[in-house]
Every structure is written in structure tokens, then in C-alpha cells.
Design a protein around this ligand. Structure first.
Ligand code: C2O
Ligand code: CU
Ligand code: CU
Length: 515
């Protein structure tokens, strides 16, 4: 090839790649005409000192788009589920009945609880009831619950098997923060979908020939299952509990008038202090709470602005690569999400608390060991896919450890760990950004990133029932981008660790992962 010709090829290749990067405003024409659905709060029954929540998983039908009836899954209703409000120290029991006609599980994402209550291996067969119970150890936070059936999590969550959990504690009870549920303290479960012409959900994850399996991305946004939603709020501080309930999409939250907002919480708890931001990227599976000041009485739209991997590249070489050669499926798209309309009612306008929480600075010198987790483009962690018979990591209770997560692939991933809230020590060798300085259970890794987190499992041990770590892009998770670990008492020998044989059969639900 002549030099001229090869240059032309490179140039045209880069131009075509460049075209793919043109930012698309996906739903500019949207008219916000539907009142935002607020998931009902369940009133738990009090039985033997426990708060008992009854959850019925059911098939349903919902009119998201006018005149179209979409087949869905839901909990106590057609789509998504009620919000569970818990308090630290509560003894809770969930009565989860499966009316779906197909097997499922329900996992309590972010909860610190015994492995047998975690809701991964605890398959709920049709018409049966599962009754996990535990003491709430988590601090005030926004968590969630969702299907976690091996190999089918993506599809079941997409159909609607998810809901929010709000934990309060003595600290949060005493803070000056908006706390009127559905009034100035708003659950905001954001999901992207694709609909066919009959209004049915389309779920077709894509595999890119060069970049590997992609997380599902849709072109239509639902908030709490409402299409084109608006929300009326009092004039004052409004707290949005943002939950990225998408399968694979990141959201870059902000407002269309570029007003600043204050992040007050990450996945697993309140930040030390409100942090002023104009953009906030939340990966799939993660949560963030923000305060926005609506005292000016002007309506505003919550947006998701473009996410561009190259803007977060760990090095200039990576930046060049990411700018030139490919895009993650969710890049460069901008969405309007929710119109917020202040009414004439006055809300909380006094200054909010400036000290919200005490969080220890993550001190890597406390760590007694480092484990490395390498995520690759073929949905493997440390070169392996999930194998139910294998315990990938054995962790001693109370040990402080560094888990170093390396994203070797040209895709972004997240790294979620069950049964723990962790702290980010550093990202690409640098101290974490303020929004990354709180308790997290799911950390976003841009292509090429390496992130060190400090983990400590404080409460439960069980040498035969593992917990999971995995990418929270549900398509990656379903393809086996997951591993398992047990937490054991110090001194437990490797030979004393084994997976409960009953667990291994659970994988008969997943043809890809059948041992
Ligand atoms: Cu949100 Cu293992 O899950
Ligand atoms: Cu989880
Ligand atoms: Cu992934």
C-alpha cells in the first residue's frame, strides 16, 4: 500500500469512527406529560419482634407508551416493586412468593447479611415462598433488590424485577435533610428500554466483533416505570435518590440549565459533606443521592449528558485509542430524563446539614493482603468465568484487604461485591474524586482503569456458602463475569472450605454455566 493510500485509509477510518462519536440527543422531542410514579412504601407487619415484608413476584402488563400494553414482571404490582424502608438494627423478614411461573431469585444489593440470605443461590421455584431474615447492619443508604438468577438476571431485571430499599439510622434521623418520601425525598429509578412496534420490550444484547459482549442499551428512558415523567415538588431542597437500574448503561446526571447540585450519598451511605457538582456519572447498579435547590420556582429537566470513555482515560495512549477506534455502546448519547416542576408550596429552604457522616480515610497500610482482579473483554475475571464449584477467594472475617481491580478491556465494567460496603483507595494511582469518596458496593472502571478498594467483612462467616463479586453490566454478569468468595473465621484451613453441593445444581437454570 502506498503511503498516500494508507494515510487515506487511516484518515477515513478515523473519520468514520469520529462520526460515531457525534453526540446524539436521543429524545429531544419528548413531552413530559406523565406524573412520575412513586413506588409505594410497604407497611411491614410486626411479628415476633421482626418487621415482615410480603413481596409477591408477578407477571403483569403496563401501559408505558400510550395505547400499548407491555408484558412485564413486577413485585406486588405490574412493574418494579414497592420501596422497603428499614432502620439500622431492625430485624427484618421477607416473605417472597414467586408467582411468575418461572424460577427466580431476589438479591438484596448492598446489604451486609449472611450468605444464605443473599438471594443468589436461593432459587425460588414457581408458587413457592422464600423467607430470608436478617438484622440490618447497613448505615443509612439507598440500596435495592433485584433478580439474581444465574444467567437470567439481565432479562428478569429488564422485565421489571427490581425495587428500592431505603435504610435510615440514628444519624440520618437527626440530620436536616429532605425526608418526606414522595414529596421532597424522591426515589428515581432510571432505566433504558427498547420497545417494538407493539410496545413490547425488546431485549437483545449485542456482541461487538472487536470489543466483545456489550451491555444492553436502549433508546427510551423510564423513571420508576414512567415514560416521559414530570414531578411536582415544593419550592426548596429536593432530594433525589438516583438508582441506575439499567442493565448496562451509565448515566451522566445533571440539569438542563446547568444548575449545580449537591451529592449527599454514594452507594452505601451518606458522604462526609454535601459535594457540589454539575455532572455525576452513575454506573449500572449504583446509587447516588443528590439535593437540588428548587426555591427559584423554575422547572428544570434532569438529564443524562454524554459519557465519553476518552475523557476518563488513564493515560494519553489510552485516550488516543479510545478517541480513535471505538465507542462503548452507551457513549455520546444525551437524554432528557425527568421534568421537575416546583409548585407554589414552600418546601425545606433552611440550610441543610453540612456534616453528614463520619467516614474513615481509607488507609492502605491497614491492609493485610492485596488481591488482584483483572477484568477482560471476554467477560472474564482473572481469566476465568464463573464456576459454581470453585471458590475463587477465601477471605478471613475482619481482615482489612486491598482489592485491586484492573480493567484490561476496551469496554467499561463495574465491579460489585456482595455483603460489603468498601472505600476507594485510589484510581489510576490518584486519590479518588469527591464523588468516589463514600461507601460503595459497585465501582465503575473506565477502559484501562485500575482501582484499589479497601474491603473488610465484619459480620458473617460461612465456609460453604459463597458470596459473589461481578461486573454489574448484567449481560456480562450473565455471561459469567463473576466469581465467588467465602468469608471464614481466621485460621480456617482451605480444606475446610467447600461449596454446598445443593448450590451447584442451581446452575441447571443456566445452560451456559452448567458444570
Ligand atoms: Cu446487584 Cu450481585 O448484584
Ligand atoms: Cu449485589
Ligand atoms: Cu462488564
Amino acid at each position: 500500500m502506498s503511503e498516500l493510500r494508507s494515510r487515506a485509509v487511516v484518515l477515513s477510518f478515523m473519520m468514520s469512527a469520529g462520526l460515531a462519536f457525534a453526540q446524539t440527543q436521543v429524545n429531544t422531542a419528548i413531552v413530559f406529560q406523565n406524573p412520575l410514579a412513586i413506588p409505594p412504601l410497604i407497611d411491614p407487619a410486626a411479628e415476633n419482634g421482626e418487621k415482615v415484608f410480603t413481596l409477591t413476584l408477578q407477571k403483569g402488563e403496563q401501559e408505558f407508551l400510550p395505547g400499548k400494553h407491555t408484558a412485564t414482571y413486577g413485585v406486588n404490582g405490574p412493574y418494579l416493586g414497592p420501596t422497603l424502608r428499614l432502620h439500622t438494627g431492625d430485624q427484618v423478614r421477607m416473605k417472597v412468593t414467586n408467582g411468575l411461573g418461572t424460577a427466580t431469585t431476589i438479591h438484596w444489593h448492598g446489604m451486609e447479611l449472611p450468605a444464605v440470605m443473599d438471594g443468589v443461590y436461593q432459587v425460588i421455584e414457581p408458587n413457592s415462598t422464600w423467607e430470608p431474615y436478617w438484622t440490618v447492619r447497613n448505615q443509612a443508604s439507598t440500596l435495592w433488590y433485584h433478580s439474581h438468577l444465574m444467567g437470567q438476571t439481565g432479562e428478569q431485571v429488564y422485565k421489571g424485577l427490581a425495587g428500592m430499599i431505603i435504610v435510615d439510622d440514628d444519624n440520618s434521623d437527626a440530620l436536616q435533610l429532605p425526608h418526606r418520601y414522595g414529596v421532597d425525598d424522591i426515589p428515581v429509578i432510571v432505566q433504558d428500554k427498547k420497545f417494538d412496534s407493539n410496545g413490547q420490550f425488546i431485549y437483545q444484547p449485542q456482541v461487538d466483533s472487536r470489543a466483545g459482549p456489550q451491555g444492553f442499551v436502549g433508546d427510551t428512558i423510564l423513571v420508576n416505570g414512567t415514560y416521559a415523567p414530570f414531578l411536582e415538588v415544593p419550592r426548596g431542597w429536593v432530594r433525589l435518590r438516583l438508582l441506575n437500574g439499567s442493565n448496562g448503561r451509565r448515566f451522566n446526571f445533571g440539569f438542563d440549565d446547568n444548575r449545580a447540585f449537591y451529592q449527599i450519598a454514594s452507594d452505601g451511605g451518606l458522604l462526609v459533606a454535601p459535594t457540589e457538582e454539575k455532572r455525576l456519572i452513575v454506573g449500572p447498579g449504583s446509587r447516588a443521592e443528590i439535593l437540588v435547590d428548587m426555591a427559584d420556582g423554575k422547572p428544570v429537566r434532569l438529564m443524562s449528558f454524554a459519557v465519553r470513555d476518552a475523557d476518563h482515560a488513564a493515560s494519553s495512549v489510552a485516550k488516543f485509542f479510545l478517541n480513535s477506534f471505538r465507542a462503548d455502546a452507551d457513549e455520546d448519547q444525551e437524554f432528557k430524563i425527568l421534568e421537575i416542576r416546583p409548585t407554589t408550596e414552600t418546601g425545606l429552604s433552611a440550610p441543610v446539614s453540612q456534616h453528614l457522616n463520619s467516614i474513615p480515610r481509607p488507609d492502605p497500610r491497614l491492609a493485610v493482603r492485596t488481591r488482584v482482579f483483572t477484568m477482560d473483554r471476554d467477560s472474564r475475571i482473572n481469566g476465568q468465568k464463573m464456576n459454581p464449584a470453585v471458590v475463587n477467594q477465601i477471605v478471613f472475617k475482619d481482615d482489612v484487604e486491598i482489592w485491586q481491580i484492573v480493567n484490561q478491556s476496551p469496554n467499561y465494567h463495574t465491579f460489585h461485591v456482595h455483603d460489603v460496603q468498601f472505600l476507594v483507595v485510589d484510581r489510576n494511582g490518584k486519590a479518588p474524586e469527591p464523588s468516589d469518596q463514600g461507601w460503595e458496593d459497585n465501582v465503575l472502571l473506565y477502559p484501562g482503569d485500575h482501582v484499589r478498594i479497601l474491603v473488610q467483612f465484619k459480620y458473617y462467616t460461612d465456609p460453604h456458602h459463597p458470596y459473589m463479586f461481578h461486573c454489574h453490566i448484567l449481560e456480562h454478569e450473565d455471561m459469567g463475569m463473576m466469581g465467588q468468595f467465602v468469608v471464614v473465621e481466621k485460621g480456617t484451613k482451605n480444606s475446610q472450605v467447600s461449596v454446598d453441593p445443593a448450590y451447584i445444581n442451581v446452575f441447571s437454570h443456566n445452560t451456559d454455566m452448567r458444570p
